[in-house]
Design a protein around this ligand. Structure first.
Ligand code: ATR
Length: 285
């Protein structure tokens, strides 16, 4: 039996064990996905002793270890280096390499829904780790990316990184704008936006009554993509539907980032439809 770990602190509510174990069973693989709660002080010891064992395929890494774990591994994929965070580790004969599949997960979910992104104006709410992963994955293709964040300086720093040489392989043709997250900027930027993405935790369980964008600013010619997956039908998405907008929940991103990690560990294509089914069932929707 080979093992994949999920390392976080805490990891109790994660959907990933059910999703990956169902996928391993479906493909007849004798692998087990196991969530472990590791305090920050024990991260180094756990990674260096447990992950390098020959029966370990690798790991997913979640909050709060996505940045700290970069100091413990041997090699870093260029995308993960540019994003500045690792959510997937592959153990190749005791050598640990870090990847970031979050951005690709969001990108695939969007492509599946929208198709071409090259004439699209995207408004992204948030400038944290999730925002970095998503923006690096779409910046190659979109026409305009506006980053709105509560702490304006963080939006500016991310916009600068996207415009500059921080991610050398990206020949960014997109116009990148940053602004504070307030009603005036939201109104101006959303008027002609094609896609709104929420990368903040606003609206996440248990604060399900909150939303990062007032409902009256949403309109029918936009797609609203909320990276929050618990609940899958956030207040933002409910109000988007009421405004006639298309909607995409964080469930698709969760599954596509998992599918990419699955491919990195096993070399096989993940059973995405089954994984989507498992997560929707777990969320009770
Ligand atoms: P993650 O890795 O999930 O992106 P993070 O790096 O802590 O987590 O970033 C959280 C993001 O959600 C940030 O953009 C944060 O805004 P600040 O930079 O101002 O902290 C945003 N966020 C969290 N709570 C928020 C709230 N109540 N209103 C608006 N933005 C919020």
């Amino acid at each position: 039996m080979k093992i994949c770990y999920l390392i976080g602190y805490p990891v109790g509510h994660s959907m990933s064990p059910k999703m990956h174990n169902a996928a391993f069973r479906e493909l007849g693989l004798k692998y087990m996905y196991k969530a472990v709660s590791i305090e920050p002080e024990r991260l180094s010891e756990f990674v260096n002793i447990n992950l390098r064992r020959s029966d370990v395929l690798g790991a997913n890494v979640t909050v709060p270890h996505k940045i700290a774990v970069m100091n413990e591994i041997d090699d870093l994929d260029p995308n993960a280096a540019a994003i500045g965070a690792v959510n997937t580790i592959v153990n190749d004969g005791g050598v640990l390499k870090g990847y970031n599949t979050d951005g690709l997960g969001a990108y695939k979910a969007l492509k599946e829904f929208v198709g071409e992104l090259d004439d699209k104006k995207v408004v992204l709410i948030g400038a944290g780790g999730a925002a970095r992963a998503v923006s690096y994955s779409i910046i190659r293709e979109v026409e305009t990316l506006t980053i709105l964040n509560r702490t304006f300086e963080r939006a500016q720093v991310l916009a600068e990184a996207l415009r500059g040489s921080a991610w050398k392989k990206v020949a960014a043709r997109a116009r990148v704008i940053s602004a504070p997250l307030d009603e005036l900027h939201l109104k101006n930027e959303l008027e002609d936006a094609d896609i709104l993405i929420n990368s903040t935790s606003v609206g996440m369980h248990p604060n399900v009554g909150e939303t990062p964008v007032p409902g009256h600013l949403l309109h029918e010619s936009m797609l609203v993509f909320d990276l929050v997956y618990n609940p899958s039908n956030t207040r933002l998405l409910r109000e988007a539907k009421e405004a006639g907008a298309d909607t995409l929940s964080g469930v698709e991103m969760l599954v596509y980032q998992g599918a990419e990690a699955f491919r990195l560990w096993t070399g096989k294509k993940a059973p995405v439809d089954l994984m989507l089914h498992v997560v929707w069932r777990e969320l009770g929707t």
